[in-house]
Write a protein that binds this ligand. Sequence first.
Ligand SMILES: [Zn+2]
Length: 160
Amino acid sequence: MVSVEERAHAAAAGVPDPEIPVVTVEDLGILRRVRIENGIATAELTPTYSGCPAVVAIELAVEAALREAGFDARIERVMEPAWTTDWITEAGREKLRAYGIAPPEKAAGSVRALFGETVVTCPRCGARESEKISEFGSTACKAQYRCRACLEPFDYFKCI
Ligand SMILES: [Zn+2]
């Protein structure tokens, strides 16, 4: 039997990211947990990038999904510990790649990444040779790269 917490969690977890709808809040690792207290479902979410306009949209979407599932819903923004791209699940990385977005390289918070030496793997051909074209891709959370092997431009989910 599915507990009420599990039902609430499932409702919240399936909410897609407004900017990259192929991945859910669970794939991105931003849904910490959903707890039930006094009949109210509280979803704990950690924003990806502060200042990312998607943050509020995600919170509203999760709240709406919980209400649709029949819960009184609340959103709690959890800032500590801060989200990093390492929280994106393997399933989420696979979905990003299939969508043509290079998923963030693991352990990207390193000093090397800060100095722009991140090696980004092309989501199309898998070559590990690419160059940054622009700091900003289709959204502020992505940078634009071009593969040196297949010459295709692609978005890279920026690491923080
Ligand atoms: Zn390529």
